[in-house]
Design a protein around this ligand. Structure first.
Ligand code: RP5
Length: 162
């Protein structure tokens, strides 16, 4: 899939977020959805964010997953700059272990929506699955792969715990 035009942008506030946000990339890769991962901080690299969004608007990106920790403004600021759907993943980047990022990401005032997921890896994975579900509405191949993923997940659950 290398070289394919990315359909999902994965952005994160710090290189230190990658260990967790990789779960989003891996999930998309399993569903054969090309993505592009970038380190972009709303606070430290604001111009990089506007540049990325200008490119995304012109290019092939259909959904953006934004992961950030601490005073997590990345998803909200991203959503403010684009009409591309933004999926926010709060990360554990401070002593508050993600609760700060969860509240900052989920408590968007009315008018600029950010779909907010669980803190950490589960959130990154679910954001990727949600991105796939959005793409699947107009892409039967993705729909089929997503359905197969669900089937395999169900089949992997044992009837009994022993
Ligand atoms: C946020 O601050 C980043 O998303 C990261 O989770 C947190 C801490 O960043 P570093 O100081 O580890 O680069 O902007």
């Amino acid at each position: 899939m290398a070289g394919d035009a990315p359909r999902v942008g994965i952005i994160m506030g710090s290189k230190n977020d990658w260990a967790v946000m990789q779960a989003a990339e891996k999930t998309l890769e399993d569903l054969q959805i090309p993505s592009d991962a970038r380190v972009i901080s709303a606070h430290r690299t604001p111009e990089r964010l506007t540049r990325f969004l200008a490119e995304a608007e012109q290019g092939s990106i259909e959904v953006i997953i934004a992961g950030a920790g601490a005073a997590a403004h990345l998803a909200g600021v991203t959503a403010a700059h684009t009409l591309i759907p933004v999926l926010g993943v709060p990360l554990s980047g401070s002593d508050l272990q993600g609760l700060d990022a969860l509240l900052a990401t989920v408590q968007m005032p009315g008018g600029i929506p950010v779909a907010t997921f669980a803190i950490g890896k589960a959130g990154a994975k679910n954001a990727a699955l949600f991105a796939a579900a959005i793409l699947a509405r107009s892409d039967p191949a993705v729909q089929e792969r997503l359905a197969k993923f669900r089937e395999a997940q169900t089949a992997a659950v044992p009837e009994r715990p022993y």
